[in-house]
Design a protein around this ligand. Structure first.
Ligand code: COD
Length: 161
């Protein structure tokens, strides 16, 4: 059985992330969604909430589970017995950000990173923009699962659009 890890901050998980998870699952027998910390971002949602929301979002996807990543992703990938990290690309900026991480993870544990091109219809979806739209009263229901929209508004202290 081949396992891959789909890592991210998932602050919060979006329909764009879920598209990448589905594409990863079409290539690997099992996908572990790894909810990690990005030291260059400050998270709105705590890791427990991000894991809970991600678990609910993938509940209907067989062969997909969600785990928190404590420490280095490279160590997590090894501990899961995974053969690859799968990341999604929306465009060149994503590739520029992802390449150094892919090289570092390979340096640390020998793990390969597989890049998948996401659905262009979802390329405008980023967790940061979801939070910004919600913060200023916009609707995010077509960008994230319903429970996520609710949790983001609650964390931001804003009313539904
Ligand atoms: N369409 C396609 N792909 C998408 C979309 C979309 N609409 N939205 C997001 N993605 C992709 C991103 O390009 C990325 O590949 C992935 O989804 C996750 O995105 P985010 O924003 O949730 O997560 P990041 O980029 O903040 O994740 C960075 C990590 C948390 C994975 C990284 O910091 C990490 O590995 N941290 C653990 C500690 C560690 O090992 N650090 C050293 C790293 S070399």
């Amino acid at each position: 059985m081949t396992t891959a890890v789909c890592p991210g901050s998932f602050d919060p998980i979006t329909l764009g992330h879920l598209d990448v998870v589905r594409r990863a699952r079409s290539m690997f027998d099992e996908v572990v969604v790894g909810v990690a910390s990005n030291s260059s971002k400050s998270a709105l949602l705590g890791v427990e909430d991000r894991v809970r929301l991600a678990r609910a979002a993938v509940a209907d996807l067989p062969g997909v589970r969600v785990e928190p990543v404590v420490g280095l992703l490279a160590d997590f990938v090894r501990a899961q017995g995974a053969v690859a990290v799968v990341k999604g690309l929306r465009g060149g900026a994503d590739f520029d950000a992802e390449l150094p991480m892919a090289l570092m993870n390979r340096h640390l544990s020998g793990v390969e990173t597989v890049f998948v091109v996401g659905d262009p219809a979802l390329a405008h979806i980023a967790s940061s923009l979801v939070k910004d739209v919600a913060r200023f009263g916009g609707a995010v229901e077509d960008l994230v699962p319903p429970a996520v929209a609710h949790a983001v508004r609650e964390a931001l202290g804003v009313r539904p659009a």
